[in-house]
Design a protein around this ligand. Structure first.
Ligand SMILES: Cc1cc2nc3c(=O)[nH]c(=O)nc-3n(C[C@H](O)[C@H](O)[C@H](O)COP(=O)(O)OP(=O)(O)OC[C@H]3O[C@@H](n4cnc5c(N)ncnc54)[C@H](O)[C@@H]3O)c2cc1C
Length: 394
């Protein structure tokens, strides 16, 4: 049954990323009529963000990354989209928000229910030097277009950060023919996701592609030098590169929520119904925090979107998170990881298998709490996932 909310005021989604669009797709399975309005700083075209870090080697341009245009999304999902528009304030008492359209005009938009699907920003390094404005990040299609343009006709890229995004870019750009160097404060790659043994193997496979590592140190200065840049490291080394890409981590977008007095912590705090501290305002995706969990990955978004769609359609539902392994797209050494919850007691057992490594993290009662699988061992992903505890149970 289609229930129309609040005298036809739309449900408003702020954001046009995977979280907002997956939610709308799920919701439309339950309600085809309710008006929905999307407000987004982007074009509203639908694309797969994980492809941003694997698209250079295959020479994909922005148009090739867009799977459905904003116009098609409007038609297919029966929604309105305000593209290139910024929401600067929410007024919960009036069920309204303030948006700036691309022509810089301000508009007040009323909502029946509001969903914050604001994503996360790449963290910017606080660094000295005259080139800090030249440091690039890649977190959306426009960033990708800018980065692609910047690295045309250059030879070397320095990446700050050896986490998931940094390692994926290192692999992809090396395959694309660039000389790649990577700097990270930690003394191993993918420090939060991999046991040491598998991290060393990944580092070695990427070194085979030509990647040069500067681990256990950080960038302190970033200055122009001729046509390129000079990067001073805390360990005293001085590096040169034609372009610098920062991939040091993501921070959930919480400012808009804070301004509206919505409770925030690391992310926008929501309950298991994805509702924020203000009734009728919900949040999901990279910006949201559920019972202490901020999980900036695709699978948690799918879970949250199904739950919230059901709630917005008037049903009872509660968010559960099963174990949700993440694939790391480093073809030099394919990886699947499901790290144990932070602070878990236990230890890693590492076994070499033919063309792969299996890392299993066992707790004090010999229960499997996490895994990291490399190479051929990734084939065990499904069977091992079944043995892992839920992140958020019933
Ligand atoms: C390079 C890269 C590779 C990745 N690879 C993987 C992977 O392999 N596997 C995996 O599981 N995950 C991966 N991720 C993470 C995954 O892509 C994200 O979890 C997911 O795309 C986040 O979707 P989202 O909708 O929450 O946020 P976003 O896609 O960031 O969308 C946020 C939206 O909010 C809008 N917005 C924000 N503030 C405002 C405002 N004030 N007014 C109007 N609009 C606003 C933005 O314009 C944007 O449309 C990767 C991420 C990156 C960057």
């Amino acid at each position: 049954m289609n229930t129309i909310d609040h005298q036809n005021k739309p449900i408003v989604m702020i954001g046009s990323g995977l979280a907002a669009y997956t939610l709308i797709r799920e919701y439309r399975k339950l309600n085809t009529e309710q008006a929905i309005t999307v407000v987004t700083q982007e074009s509203g075209d639908f694309y797969s963000k994980p492809m941003l870090s694997t698209a250079f080697a295959s020479k994909k341009d922005v148009q090739q990354l867009i799977s459905t245009s904003a116009a098609k999304m409007m038609e297919q999902l029966n929604i309105q989209i305000h593209s290139y528009s910024n929401v600067s304030a929410i007024d919960p008492s009036n069920h309204s928000l303030l948006l700036q359209s691309p022509d810089n005009k301000e508009h007040v938009l009323q909502y029946s229910k509001l969903v914050l699907a604001l994503g996360a920003d790449q963290i910017r390094l606080d660094i000295a030097g005259d080139a800090t404005d030249q440091m690039l990040t890649v977190n959306d299609l426009q960033d990708y277009a800018d980065f692609r343009e910047r690295i045309t006709n250059i030879k070397s890229v320095l990446i700050l950060g050896a986490g998931l995004i940094g390692c994926e870019f290192a692999n992809d750009l090396s395959l694309g023919g660039y000389h790649v160097e990577v700097v990270d404060l930690a003394d191993q790659v993918l420090g939060r996701l991999l046991p040491k043994e598998i991290a060393i193997e990944l580092q070695s496979k990427l070194s085979d592609l030509g990647v040069v590592w500067h681990l256990g140190t950080s960038a302190k200065t970033f200055s122009r030098a001729g046509d390129g840049f000079e990067i001073g490291l805390a360990n005293g080394d001085v590096l040169h590169a034609d372009c610098v890409l920062s991939a040091i981590g993501l921070r959930p977008c919480t400012n808009l929520a804070k301004l509206a007095n919505i409770k925030t912590n690391r992310g926008i705090v929501v309950n298991r119904q994805l509702e924020t501290s203000i009734q009728g305002i919900y949040s999901l995706g990279d910006c949201a925090e559920v019972e202490g969990h901020v999980l900036p990955y695709v699978m948690p978004i799918m879970q949250a979107a199904r739950t919230l769609a059901s709630i917005l359609a008037g049903h009872d539902s509660v968010l559960t998170y099963p174990a949700m392994p993440v694939m790391i797209k480093t073809p030099a050494l394919p990886l699947v990881v499901s790290p144990p919850a932070s602070g878990s007691e236990g230890s890693w057992t590492i076994k070499s298998v033919e063309n792969g490594i299996e890392g299993l993290f066992y707790g004090p009662q010999s229960q499997l709490l996490g895994f990291a699988l490399a190479g051929s061992a990734t084939a065990q992903r499904a069977s091992l996932t079944k043995l892992l505890p839920n992140i958020l149970g019933e």
